[in-house]
Write a protein that binds this ligand. Structure first.
Ligand code: GLN
Length: 485
């Protein structure tokens, strides 16, 4: 088996037994990047020299007997998570030359764990999108079919794992941007509970929704990454001060005694028949493995998309006001007064989707409209959260499709924002309620494209999700398939 195709826990075993060195693993991944990156374009920046240096440091740690689960494991970080000395562009022209002077909390934690950073992943500009086509640096392609989108906005992070250009990665999820690309690329992706992972050093899109989380080839690696990145950060007032369990202890091969809720609203109009049958088969598999299932209802989820497209743009319009060409980032040339400089910088620096969101958000927040839009959306958001509370009174976790369709064609939805927004219809309610959610592969379409199963649980019940996901994975083989490329 090639090193770049393996999981972190498999590599860890080999490192522990001194059958391989972290330098060899990193070299294998860097060669793979050279080979497939021209086709996939998962990266905005490849940090080969830094990676080799970190690999040598990891090797030294292993020599001293000081290797942990991620020591010497090549990872990729989405390009909106700050990395000291390494460009962090957010997929935007406006931050093309931005090199952070500090590490995000998660970056610092991964470094402390001895992980090797091979690069920064491509993404939709400021995480706005579902296909990675909104990147200023050009789209990423789906490793399963280069004519298809990898999902978004963390499409680069997902494609890099699927293509063997790293072992695991980090993304961010505001409305589905970890789970939907994981589903499109046939890997595991998890959005933790809001507050579980610090957002310090994560460039903000919609602060009340954003959360960082892992992509990996299996549930075990997902748990290892969670162990590394979760925890309280005093520099982030929204990070929660709760002890971090060892998530690998939740990895049982057993769902007996668990009740899984099936929200009836998720199986209606607009759901691709192949996705529906794969998800229904997955539910049967879990029933056969001993889980009870009950039908539940999330009636307010009908409004989730509408609520999200008020709240997310409103928060974005405020968060993105700081990019004005003054302190850092891109500045348009040849302007003589301040207003002109602001206008030109923002006109040239932002792409179409970002401008659309800034305009939507500014409008929704403007005086006279605030009550009708933002306030109303916030009220409905509470009702959505209450739907979940009721559902979780009757079950331990919920099962739904992750996305309504498998990966679609590049270019298919770029000119139709509303169609693009519908890609997140099953993932967005979870962000609005601040819940944890995971997507894992549960089937393939006739065309050979991966299909994802979404598992949701109540706040801070990541362990229940991991238990269901691991049991499913241990008893099926969907996660073992890899794209031919
Ligand atoms: N696709 C959704 C959007 O465009 C969600 C993005 C995300 O989770 N960052 O806003």
């Amino acid at each position: 088996m090639k090193l770049f195709k393996m999981t972190a826990h498999e590599l860890h075993e080999m490192l522990r037994r001194k059958e391989v060195s972290s330098v060899e693993i990193t070299e294998s991944v860097l060669r793979r990047i050279e080979e497939v990156e021209p086709k996939v374009h998962a990266f905005i920046t490849v940090t080969a020299d830094l990676a080799m240096e970190q690999a040598r440091q990891a090797a030294a740690r292993w020599e001293k007997g000081d290797g942990g689960p991620l020591t010497g494991i090549p990872l990729v970080i989405k390009d909106l998570i700050c990395t000291q000395g390494v460009p962090t562009t957010c997929g935007s022209r406006i931050l093309q030359n931005y090199v952070p002077t500090y590490d995000a909390t998660v970056t610092a934690k991964l470094k402390a764990a001895g992980a090797v950073l091979v690069g920064k992943a491509n993404m939709d500009e400021f995480a706005m999108g579902s296909s990675t086509e909104n990147s200023f640096y050009g789209p990423t392609r789906n490793p399963w079919d280069l004519g298809k989108i990898p999902g978004g906005s963390s499409g680069g992070s997902a494609a890099a794992v699927a293509a063997g250009e790293c072992i695991a990665s980090l993304g961010s999820d505001t409305g589905g941007s970890i789970r939907q690309p994981a589903s499109c690329c046939g890997i595991v992706g998890m959005k933790p509970t809001y507050g579980r992972v610090s957002r310090y050093g994560l460039v903000a899109f919609a602060s009340s929704l954003d959360q960082i989380g892992p992509f990996a080839r299996d549930v075990w690696d997902t748990a290892l990454l969670l162990n590394a990145i979760c925890g309280h950060e005093p520099l982030d007032s929204t990070s929660v001060d709760l002890p971090v369990p060892d998530y690998t202890r939740a990895l049982e091969n057993d769902v007996k005694g668990m009740t899984l809720g099936i929200p009836k609203e998720c199986f209606g109009q607009g759901l691709d028949p192949e996705v529906e049958s794969a998800v229904r088969r997955a539910i049967q598999i879990l029933e056969r493995l001993g889980a009870q299932t009950v039908e539940v209802s999330l009636p307010m989820s009908d409004y989730a998309l509408a609520v999200y497209y008020i709240i997310a743009p409103a928060e974005a319009s405020s968060n993105l006001a700081r990019y004005d060409g003054v302190k850092y980032g891109f500045r348009a040339k040849g302007n003589h007064d301040l207003m002109e400089m602001y206008k030109e910088t923002r006109s040239q620096g932002f792409g179409a989707e970002v401008k659309r969101r800034i305009m939507l958000g500014t409008y929704a927040l403007s005086s006279g409209y605030y009550d009708a839009y933002y306030l109303k959306a916030s009220q409905v958001r509470t009702l959505i959260r209450q739907d979940f509370e009721k559902a979780f009174a009757a079950c331990d976790a919920l099962l739904t499709p992750t996305a309504p369709t498998p990966a679609f064609k590049l270019g298919e939805k770029v000119d139709d924002p509303l169609q693009m927004y519908l890609s997140d219809i099953f993932t967005i309610p979870c962000n609005l309620a601040g819940l944890p959610g995971l997507s894992l592969p549960c089937g393939y379409s006739k065309e050979g494209l991966p299909i994802g199963l979404q598992i949701l649980a109540n706040h801070f019940q990541e362990e229940k999700i991991l238990r269901v996901a691991h049991t499913f994975e241990q008893n099926t083989e969907f996660h073992l398939r890899q794209p031919a490329l």
